[in-house]
Ligand binder design. Structure first.
Ligand code: FEO
Length: 178
């Protein structure tokens, strides 16, 4: 009998590759947040240690969400190889600077994938990406607000202690919900 199956998936190679790269980026972000959690714990910043552990878990969820999508679509989801994870950080503040840089890089990466989806006319993936694009509003907001605590509270005296306490309380109000 003639084989009628011409395609295994509607995902193009370009989009599958971009999604696998994003899976890796989320895994790297998860590992980086875990490293930040460890550094904070080792340096007496307990609350931030817990905050970064939570961020790490969220990044793993993001990774799995992308992973499931590629698999569900009949693509080849690749379990990422994460190596050379940073261990040391210069200062408490630099941890938060790096966290914000990381979130900005993630947003830019999703924008590039969305752009590729439009070029490839892959509106299924484009629609799937909307959740992540919206999520990045919160991700950047929380990282930015946490970093701003260093300006608002100041690092002198018990400043770092106060900043540490306030970090897990940074909350994002989602007024975009309908
Ligand atoms: Fe998965 Fe923080 O972006």
């Amino acid at each position: 009998m003639k084989d009628l199956l011409r395609l295994r998936t509607s995902l193009t190679e370009t989009i599958e590759k971009a999604l696998n790269e994003q899976i890796k980026m989320e895994a790297e972000a998860s590992a980086m947040y875990l490293a930040m959690s460890s550094w904070c714990d080792r340096n007496g910043f307990d609350f931030s240690g817990g905050y970064f552990k939570k961020q790490s878990d969220e990044e793993r969820e993001h990774m799995l969400r992308l992973f499931k999508y590629v698999s569900d679509m009949g693509g080849r989801a690749v379990s990422p190889d994460v190596t050379n994870v940073q261990v040391e950080f210069d200062t408490f503040r630099s941890v938060f600077e790096q966290a914000l840089q990381q979130e900005i890089a993630v947003t830019q990466s999703f924008n590039r994938i969305a752009d590729k989806c439009q070029k490839e006319k892959d509106y299924v993936t484009f629609t799937f990406l909307q959740w992540f694009l919206k999520e990045q509003i919160e991700e950047e907001y929380v990282a930015r607000r946490a970093l701003e605590l260093f300006e608002v509270i100041g690092e002198e005296g018990t400043g770092l202690y106060e900043i540490d306490k306030r970090v897990p309380k940074v909350k994002y109000e989602d007024t975009y919900e309908d």
